[in-house]
Ligand binder design. Structure first.
Ligand SMILES: *[C@@H]1O[C@H](CO)[C@@H](O)[C@H](O)[C@H]1NC(C)=O
Ligand SMILES: *[C@@H]1O[C@H](CO)[C@@H](O)[C@H](O)[C@H]1NC(C)=O
Ligand SMILES: *[C@@H]1O[C@H](CO)[C@@H](O)[C@H](O)[C@H]1NC(C)=O
Length: 253
């Protein structure tokens, strides 16, 4: 996210293991032109060339790392989902468990991992705080450091936000790239896999997996306890209970 990278449109960072872009010297990947489908997004998206998210990531970058084999990530440092080990050759399955089947220690671990991610600045990602046009075509980078957790808050915001580039009075509200359409399930599944992946990297706990809440027969919010996602504050029903760690979380604006 530097001025140089934005102006050259190239994002091919070195892999720390050998210092070469995309770990090319170790056969992990190479820096390649990005190719994106030129099919229209659909009749509900009549605008074109107005929104930074169209033909992603071409507005920002047209050369990125393409990883070989089971390698993954912006510099091919990581393993594809489901693969582990130095050469990413070890296949392991993860189990999504019902949150109520976790032991007390596992529940505490889950909440403390989330809290750690919220408190730890990401060393890999920054988030855009302006549009490409506001960045004057790359000469004025507008990015902010955020926590690992907030990278994911931002991703969800960015995929769902209004399209603002139609000029004054031409805001495309309800244009959303992850909801109200068939992309909903695949987008959120990949999103959760990335989130889980970053929590594993942060904690070194490769056995961590995000549990699920089976709300089919729930009468209310039965995960809203101070042990899990936080109950209501007895003092103010609009707030989370002060006994929950989440009551100290701050919203970025
Ligand atoms: C990528 O962007 C750069 C900078 O704008 C441009 O010079 C180059 O031609 C582009 N490459 C491709 C493959 O479009
Ligand atoms: C940014 O690029 C667009 C399209 O190439 C051009 O029309 C505009 O003048 C550029 N703006 C700046 C600030 O360089
Ligand atoms: C983010 O933090 C890094 C490391 O502390 C620093 O070098 C960089 O300038 C910061 N970037 C922004 C956009 O504040």
């Amino acid at each position: 996210a530097t001025q140089e990278a934005l102006q050259s449109r190239e994002c091919c960072p070195p892999w720390q293991g050998d210092g070469s872009a995309c770990g090319a010297r170790s056969g992990r990947g190479s820096c390649e032109d990005v190719s994106v489908s030129d099919q229209p997004d659909g009749p509900q998206y009549p605008f074109s060339g107005l929104d930074d998210r169209e033909k992603w990531p071409l507005v920002f970058f047209n050369r990125t790392c393409q990883c070989t084999g089971n390698f993954m990530g912006f510099n091919c440092a990581d393993c594809k989902f489901g693969y582990f080990g130095e050469r990413c050759s070890e296949r392991r399955e993860s189990l999504r468990r019902n949150i109520f089947h976790l032991t007390r220690a596992e529940r505490n671990r889950f909440v403390s991992y989330l809290n750690l991610a919220k408190q730890t600045l990401s060393s890999d990602y920054v988030v855009a705080t302006g549009t490409y046009r506001e960045m004057l075509n790359g000469s004025n980078p507008l990015f902010a450091n955020v926590s690992i957790y907030d990278v994911f808050v931002w991703m969800h915001y960015y995929v769902s936000r209004n399209a603002l580039l139609g000029g004054p009075g031409n805001v495309w509200a309800n244009v959303d790239f992850a909801h109200w359409a068939p992309a909903f399930s695949p987008w959120h599944r990949v999103y959760l896999l990335h989130w889980e992946h970053e929590i594993r990297k942060l904690t070194g706990d490769t056995t961590f997996s995000i549990p699920y809440w089976d709300w089919r027969d729930a009468q209310g919010c039965d995960v809203c306890t101070d042990e899990l996602m936080g109950s209501r504050s007895p003092l103010d029903p609009n707030l989370i209970s002060p006994s929950s760690v989440f009551s100290s979380w701050k919203v970025n604006t």
